[in-house]
Every structure is written in structure tokens, then in C-alpha cells.
Design a binder for this molecule. Sequence first.
Ligand SMILES: [Zn+2]
Length: 279
Amino acid sequence: MPELPEAEVVARQIRTRLLGARLREIWVGREDIVREGYTTVPWYRGASLQSVERFGKSVVLEFVNEEACRYVVAELGMTGLLLFQSTKAKSPQHIHVRLLFDGSREPELRYWNPRRFGRLSLLDKPGLERYLARRFGVDPLLVSQPDFVRILGTRRGRLKPLLMHQQVIAGIGNIYANEILFRAGLHPNMQVGRLSVGKVERLYRIMREVLKEAIACGGSSVRDFFAPDGTEGQYKRRHLVYGKGGQSCPHRCGGTIRRLQEERSAYYCPRCQSLRSAK
Ligand SMILES: [Zn+2]
């Protein structure tokens, strides 16, 4: 869970409520949740929140004081959430890090993560650049269509794993990969090399449409996603295939949505997403 649309919703809410706020303290409950440049030196004294950006499924907070720029990178992948103090966390013992602020509407931003797959990193600028270069491919909402066509043209293998390969295209996970491929009429196991340029261009447009629509709906609340203010994303109601194995195809083609059990479940309509329709 949290994928690009959810991370974008999180970044926007934090930007709206906390931009310019002064960081008073970083409270760390579990040090194994905090990765890389973690230091007990209180670099953050007097630092204020300068920007909030999303990269893939992560949210990056930039803090600036007279001496330095520092970055807090929160990975939301799988089960991580960033919550305002007023939002009740289901199991408060899973709040592992708190950022405490002065002079803002929100006194606190909490990093909650029950399964501890995600991490929170405290980095300087070179550290952030290394982190981003290592982990993130192009952003689906920023990459140009010619670049997208070029990138897919250099890759081999099955289409769905490629869409979810964070070092190639950052931010799409299982939910949105299934939804995008259904709308594009492309089989999840199709070989990327068999796609015509026209099909890749269409995939590019549909990928962006789906992601933007999901952001506008506040993301998808599947399992435990909440925005920092506690609101649920409504895009789940618009899912066409994800989680709908055994149901009739929403295109009324007469087919039934199938679920392929592989590394991650693929949901698709065998009639609308034929392996033979690549050209
Ligand atoms: Zn169908």
C-alpha cells in the first residue's frame, strides 16, 4: 500500500499545514526505524520546513537553518503513515518517530509504521542525492512521453513487473499497475518488447490519467491508508479490477476477472487483456 497517489496526498497535506513551521525536536522511539545519517547532534535547532516533495512512494521534508539543509525522508511503502497529532493512530505503540514543531497549526507530525518495512532517513544534501539516485527511476507524472517510450524500449521482461520496478518508474505498486493495465487493455504478463510505440504512448496517457484521478480522490484506502488528517482516500470505489477476482468484467465483455498468483497478485480480464493484442 501507499503508492504514488497516496504519497502525493500526504505531501500536499503536510505542505498546506506545516510549511514554514519551526522544528523543535525529533523524538525517536525506535532507532532501528531511522536509517543512515542519524545523529544525536541537534542540527535541527531553529530549522524550518522549507519544502515537502514526493519521490515515488516516499515523502521528503526539507529543513533549513542558518547552518545547513537537512532532509527527513519518510518511506510509506507497505504500511507507513505520516499523521498529524489530532489523528488517532490505531495502535499508538507503532508511532516510531515524532517531529515536534513550534509556531504552526500542527504541533506534531508522527511516523507510524506497524510492520516496519519502511524507514525514516535523516540526510544532508549529498546523502539525499545519493538516496534518490539509488532508489528512484523516473516519476510517472514528470517523465515526458518520448522518454517513457525510450525507457520501455530498452527494457525486456513482463509488463506489470516493469511498471512496478521502482528503479525504472517510481511510485506505481500493485493496485495502480493492475488498474492501469486493465484500462490500457494490456495483459500483465505481456513481454514489453512486443509493444508497439502506439501502445506504449497510449499506456503513458492512461498511466497518468489513472494516477491523477486517484490523487484527486485522495488516493485509495486499502487496508490501512489514511491521510495525515485522518481522511480516507475514495479511489477504491473506482477500482475496476484490483481485488475483484471472480467478478464479471466491468467492460461487460462477458469475461470474468482473474487473479494470477505470482510475486504479487495480478487482476485482469482475459478477454479485454489478451496476450495477443500487443500490436
Ligand atoms: Zn473484459
